[in-house]
Design a protein around this ligand. Structure first.
Ligand code: GLY
Length: 389
C-alpha cells in the first residue's frame, strides 16, 4: 500500500523555536500550515540558556545583526505576553539585566573595548568598579576588577518558550507530522514538499527549511541552494539554588575567563544555567569531563559559592553556525523554498523578529526591510565575487 499524502499552503521543516514561530505566524495569517519534525519543541532551545543578549554580545563588523537583534529584543515583551495569553504558558521572561564581569587586567581591557563599541553603537551600558559589581551581586568573588551593567539584556526560559510555541501552533491549526523529513521534493524546478521517512509525502505551495544545524544536509536540496550552516557544539550545565542560598544571583552574570565565555543565568524558579562551551566538532553531542570542568572552573572563579549548589543536568546541543554568524532568512534561488536557519548564538533572541519576517515572506514573497541583509543570496557565488577585498 502506498503511504498517504497530505497538502498544505506552507510546510515548515523543523520544529525548533524558529520553525515553530514561522509556522505559528503563517497560520495566524490564514495559511494552511504543517510542520515536519519527529519531536516538535526539541532542538537547540532545549539546551540554550535563553539570554537575550543583543547588547552584551555585540561584535565589531556585525551592525546589521545588531539592528535585527535589537528589533527582536524590543518585540519580546509583547511577544511573550501574546504567547502567554493565548496558551496559558508562562515563558519565564525576566527583565533582570546583565552584568559582564572582568576578573583580571586583561579582561578589564577587553570589557573596556566592548564598552567603547557599545557606546559607538548607541547602546546603554554602565561601567562599574569591582566594589559596585559586588554591591549588586554579593556572591561575586572578592577579586572582581570591574564590570559593565547592561540593564537592557534580559532572559527567557527556552524550554518554556518551545512548549508555548507548540501549543500556539496547535491552537492556530498547524498540522504536525512527527517524522523525519527524508528529502525535499522538487517538481519542475520548484520545491513542492517533502518525502517523510515512512515514504509518505507532504506537498505544499511553499516550503521553509528551518532545521537548525541539520539544515545544511537535507537530501534533494540543490547544491547551490543548500544553506552553509554547520553545527557548533555547546555544553551547558543546570544547577539549582536551594532556598537557603536564594537569591544566589539576581541578574545574568557573564565573563570571559582565559579566553572562554562563561555565563550564569538565574531563573525565577531557582534554576541556574551555566554555559557554554563553543566547539567545532561536527555532530558530536557528548558531554565531556573537560567541558563540565571548564565551565565549573570558570563559574567558580566568578562565584566561588557555586560549589555548594546541586548540579542537576549536563547537556550538549548544536548551534546552527553560519559563515557570518547571522541567520539566513527568506527566499532562495529554488522557487518555493525559503530558509529560516543559521541563527547561531541568537536563535532564542531572534525568535520574535524571525516569525514576523517569515510571515511577511510567506504572504508577500519578499523580506521586510529590516531582514533584507539576511537574504541567503548573500552567499551565492556571484554575490561573493562582488565583495570588496
Ligand atoms: N547565546 C549564547 C550561546 O550560544 O552560547
Amino acid at each position: 500500500m502506498s503511504p498517504t499524502s497530505d497538502t498544505a499552503d506552507v510546510l515548515v521543516i523543523g520544529g525548533g523555536v524558529i520553525g515553530l514561530v514561522t509556522a505559528w505566524r503563517a497560520a495566524q495569517r490564514g495559511l494552511a500550515t504543517a510542520v515536519v519534525d519527529p519531536e516538535p519543541g526539541g532542538g537547540a532551545a532545549q539546551v540554550a540558556a535563553g539570554m537575550l543578549a543583543a547588547v552584551s554580545e555585540v561584535h565589531h563588523g556585525e551592525q546589521p545583526l545588531l539592528a535585527l537583534s535589537l528589533a527582536s529584543a524590543r518585540r519580546y515583551p509583547d511577544f511573550a505576553a501574546e504567547l502567554t495569553d493565548l496558551t496559558g504558558h508562562g515563558l519565564g521572561y525576566r527583565r533582570c539585566g546583565t552584568l559582564a564581569i572582568a576578573l583580571d587586567a586583561d579582561d578589564r581591557a577587553d570589557l573596556r573595548e566592548l564598552h567603547a563599541l557599545q557606546r559607538q553603537s548607541g547602546l546603554e551600558a554602565e561601567w562599574l568598579s569591582g566594589r559596585e559589581c559586588r554591591r549588586l551581586e554579593p556572591m561575586l568573588a572578592p577579586g572582581v576588577r570591574g564590570g559593565l551593567r547592561i540593564d537592557g539584556d534580559h532572559q527567557i526560559d527556552p524550554r518554556r518558550l518551545s512548549q508555548a510555541l507548540v501549543t500556539a501552533c496547535e491552537l492556530a491549526g498547524v498540522v504536525f507530522h512527527r517524522s523525519w523529513a527524508e528529502r525535499l521534493s522538487v517538481v519542475r524546478e520548484r520545491a513542492a514538499g517533502v518525502v517523510l521517512r515512512d515514504g509518505a509525502t507532504v506537498s505544499a505551495g511553499q516550503v521553509v527549511l528551518a532545521a537548525g544545524s541539520l539544515s545544511g544536509r537535507l537530501a534533494g536540496v540543490p547544491d547551490g541552494v543548500l544553506p552553509p550552516v554547520r553545527p557548533v557544539k555547546g555544553q551547558v550545565l543546570r544547577l539549582s539554588v536551594p532556598e537557603r542560598y536564594a537569591p544566589f544571583l539576581s541578574r545574568t552574570v557573564r565573563a570571559v575567563v582565559r579566553g572562554s565565555h562563561v555565563y550564569l543565568v538565574p531563573r525565577e524558579d531557582g534554576e541556574l544555567v551555566v554555559g557554554a562551551t563553543s566547539e567545532e566538532l561536527g555532530w558530536d553531542t557528548t558531554v565531556t569531563a573537560g567541558g563540565v570542568y571548564e565551565l565549573l572552573r570558570d563559574a567558580h572563579e566568578l562565584l566561588p559559592g557555586i560549589s555548594e549548589l546541586p548540579l542537576t543536568e549536563t547537556r550538549a546541543g548544536l548551534r546552527p553556525g553560519s559563515p557570518d554568524n547571522a541567520p539566513l532568512l527568506g527566499p532562495t534561488e529554488l522557487a518555493g523554498l525559503s530558509l529560516a536557519t543559521g541563527h547561531y548564538r541568537n536563535g532564542v533572541l531572534l525568535t520574535p523578529v524571525t516569525g514576523d519576517a517569515m510571515a511577511h515572506v510567506l504572504t508577500t514573497g519578499e523580506l521586510p526591510e529590516e531582514a533584507r541583509p539576511f537574504t541567503p543570496r548573500r552567499f551565492d557565488a556571484a554575490a561573493l565575487v562582488e565583495q570588496p577585498a
